[in-house]
Design a protein around this ligand. Structure first.
Ligand code: CP
Length: 298
């Protein structure tokens, strides 16, 4: 039984296999005879908002031959306190796989343990593995192999997206620089467990110098709304803008996992100048989700 619970638990070979197959799903879209989920039903349990992840999984599951069943966590008994492990044991007897977006990483892991069906982490507070697989796929599609390159993350370096980048850097052999104020840098424990070439710094200019990609995410992740004012104040200055882009390697990509807040983590001019890359990245969520689903049932 395979799951995709985190990049921490995904091997390098598994990552490479998913990335390779995503290219084939992208090329073959619309004339692809592969239906690895034929006749199945997949539950999508979402406790947080989503546009890209929800739509890409719903479309991807359908295109692979299965029926997606969207379940807002607030509208099933989970939202009234039914334990995860009971929800998992019920769904495990009715559906063939589950895609879960929630808060605690332990909830996704508990669901996988008790459901007995393939389970995919569609974002937790700790990791966003599907997003970072897509980001790497997009980088390689537009700029070639990521091994040996420099990825600079700017902004809230202590949230799920940079955490998944940390694991990816360790496994795929690229340098990751995280430019963030001290309170928003990844934990020492995460950095020690992952290993790899990861540099954390408050010096945004040094982090951007010669980078192959500048990457950012929202300053206020879902669930952190109560900290909004503090975050906006502390993270001011950790923005991707034209001055920062000039420090990166000529032709460097600017990427954003979206949704974007112009004037905060990225300015309007830089966002629009890089919209082709950013929306290719968004589109690629679909192709990579299909590769993940195909891998997980394979
Ligand atoms: N990047 C991302 O996960 O987008 P959604 O929150 O819209 O799914």
């Amino acid at each position: 039984m395979k799951h995709l619970l985190s990049l921490e638990k995904l091997s390098r070979d598994e990552m490479v296999a998913i990335l390779r197959s995503a290219g084939s799903f992208k090329q073959q879209r619309g004339r692809d005879p592969r239906k690895p989920l034929a006749g199945q039903t997949w539950a999508m349990i979402f406790a947080k908002s989503s546009t890209r992840t929800r739509v890409s999984f719903e479309v991807g599951i359908s295109e692979l031959g299965a029926r997606p069943m969207f379940l807002s966590a607030a509208e099933i008994q989970l939202g009234r306190g039914e334990p995860i492990k009971d929800t998992a044991r019920v769904l495990g007897r009715m559906v063939h796989g589950a895609v879960i977006r929630t808060y605690g990483q332990k909830d996704v892991e508990e669901f996988a343990e008790f459901s007995g069906i393939p389970t995919i982490n569609a974002l937790t507070d700790e990791e966003h593995p599907c997003q970072i697989l897509t980001d790497i796929f997009t980088f390689e599609e537009l700029s070639g192999p990521i091994q040996g390159k420099v990825v600079t993350f700017v902004g809230d370096g202590a949230c799920n997206v940079p955490a998944s980048w940390v694991w990816a850097a360790a496994k795929l052999g690229f340098e990751l620089r995280i430019a963030a104020p001290k309170p928003y840098q990844p934990s020492a424990d995460l950095l020690q467990r992952a290993g790899g070439r990861v540099v954390c710094t408050e010096d945004i200019k040094a982090a951007a110098a010669g980078a192959d990609v500048l990457y950012t995410d929202v300053w206020v992740s879902m669930g952190k709304e109560a900290e909004s004012a503090q975050r906006l104040q502390t993270l001011t200055g950790y923005q991707i803008n034209q001055a920062l882009v000039k420090l990166a390697k000529p032709g460097a990509l600017v990427m954003h996992c979206l949704p974007a807040y112009r004037g905060k983590e990225i300015d309007e001019e830089t966002f629009e100048a890089n919209a082709a890359t950013i929306f290719t990245e968004a589109e690629n969520r679909l192709h990579v989700q299909k590769a993940i689903l195909n891998w997980i049932v394979g």
